[in-house]
Design a protein around this ligand. Structure first.
Ligand SMILES: Cc1cc2nc3c(=O)[nH]c(=O)nc-3n(C[C@H](O)[C@H](O)[C@H](O)COP(=O)(O)OP(=O)(O)OC[C@H]3O[C@@H](n4cnc5c(N)ncnc54)[C@H](O)[C@@H]3O)c2cc1C
Length: 392
């Protein structure tokens, strides 16, 4: 597969809405994906291994916390740039985009937004450069869609807390140097803590045998009487609002990112359909294949427009969590449908690792579940338009 010939679909001239800086950022991330990721990603995926070399290189690219100010070592870009970076990375692989999402929105963002100046100075430059990697612990074995019922707890011991509990399905967990962990205090208030790798009583076993996001590491965070110094507590946030604000930021990036996976599938299917012949004509000649391709580019265009508008609203500080939910839900569903239709266009070849489609499709099965499931996002929209919560 000649991935270097990739061009993104731009049926409604959305590029006209981007600045030269946006296009430059896209070019540099695209080149990195072509040069460093595309040639090896299938192998890592096959071996269920994380390509560790990417961490430093993503740092050099400015892909970690790109919207965080430059004084903390990050790139200080706008939110559309963040979206574009996620999109290009996810064209490579959703697992690699997940690593950048977690580091950016679930680790750097809470430290920047809820941390004090010492915490910012201590962690953000190292996270931005990829010198250290972070994880985000919210989901628990018994609490996924309902994190407010979390059981992980801290007990105040004067100058430190004692942390007990377990988190599950945590991206980067086994290889992370730090984890932003959400736990309840004795009053039942959710607090954010920075847990460091070598703290006694803290382990992070890997979750094996995933058929999705195989090039990203997932694991547990297990806390057995872990002593957390009080300076590791994020001082400027209390309650479930903290992790929810992080998730909003990550969902924003996902809504952009999945367009990359969809565009890669569409590009692959279109290229293949023009080259592959059956009945002596390219399979792109058949109306049923044209229907698939035409519907794909229509849905991708709608996803692009939604993401762009969401980006403008985010830059203006006006985007709502419900708008982000709608965009995440719509765009992930679009990407999955595009992957499935593209797979059919390639016939039997579509199931091989020669082409990226099956890998994207399997990855997207996680993306549609994490950061709020497809149905939970629908209920968020339902709640927003009716004022009635249908979660219980
Ligand atoms: C690869 C991967 C990486 C992840 N990384 C992280 C991470 O880094 N950090 C982290 O904290 N978490 C992470 N997660 C966890 C993820 O966010 C959860 O899986 C997700 O929130 C759903 O929780 P659950 O799997 O427990 O499903 P459940 O909450 O048990 O839901 C199961 C099903 O029931 C439905 N459901 C649940 N409640 C309702 C309701 N009220 N109304 C209607 N339907 C409902 C859901 O939509 C879903 O279809 C990751 C997950 C995966 C797969």
């Amino acid at each position: 597969m000649d991935y270097k010939s990739y061009t993104h679909p731009d049926y409604f001239n959305i590029d006209d809405l981007l600045t030269d800086e946006h296009k430059l950022i896209r070019k540099s991330v695209r080149e990195w994906v072509n040069r460093r990721l595309k040639p090896v990603i299938d192998e890592y995926n096959h071996e269920h291994k994380f390509p560790e070399f990417i961490v430093k290189e993503l740092g050099e690219l400015g892909a970690f916390g790109p919207y965080i100010p430059t004084k903390y070592g990050a790139a200080g870009l706008d939110f559309i740039s963040y979206g574009i970076i996620m999109q290009e990375l996810e064209r490579g692989d959703s697992g690699i985009r997940s690593v950048a999402s977690v580091q950016s929105s679930l680790v750097m963002y809470p430290i920047y937004e809820f941390g004090n100046e010492e915490q910012r100075q201590k962690y953000l430059p190292k996270l931005a450069s990829g010198e250290i990697l972070g994880a985000f612990g919210l989901t628990e074995p018994n609490h996924g869609s309902d994190p407010g019922s979390m059981e992980t707890k801290i007990i105040d011991k004067g100058n430190h807390y004692i942390l007990n509990g377990a988190k599950m399905w945590i991206t980067n967990a086994p290889i992370a140097d730090i984890a932003v962990v959400w736990a309840k205090d004795e009053a039942g208030v959710v607090r954010g803590l920075i847990v460091e790798k070598n703290m006694e009583g803290f382990t992070a076993p890997e979750t094996h045998n995933k058929w999705s996001l195989r090039a990203s590491v997932t694991g547990e965070l297990v806390f057995d009487n872990v002593k957390i110094p009080k300076e590791n507590v994020l001082p400027n946030i209390k309650g479930l609002k903290g992790p929810m604000m992080c998730l909003n930021s990550a969902r924003y990036g996902i809504a952009w990112g999945v367009i990359g996976a969809a565009s890669d599938c569409y590009h692959t299917a279109l290229t293949y359909a023009m080259e592959r012949k059956q009945f002596n004509v390219p399979i792109a000649s058949f109306q049923l294949n044209q229907k698939k391709l035409a519907e794909m580019v229509t849905e991708i265009t709608k996803a692009q427009l939604l993401a762009w508008r969401m980006g403008v609203l985010k830059n203006e500080g006006k985007v709502t969590p419900s708008q982000i939910s709608m965009c995440k839900r719509n765009n992930v569903e679009t990407a999955l449908k595009v992957a499935r239709e593209s797979r059919q266009i390639l016939g039997a070849m579509g199931i091989t690792g020669e082409y990226p489609i099956m890998r994207h499709m399997m990855n997207l099965e996680s993306v549609i579940t994490y950061e709020g499931t497809h149905d939970i996002h629908l209920l968020i929209t339902g709640f927003d338009i009716t004022g009635i919560a249908a979660f219980k």
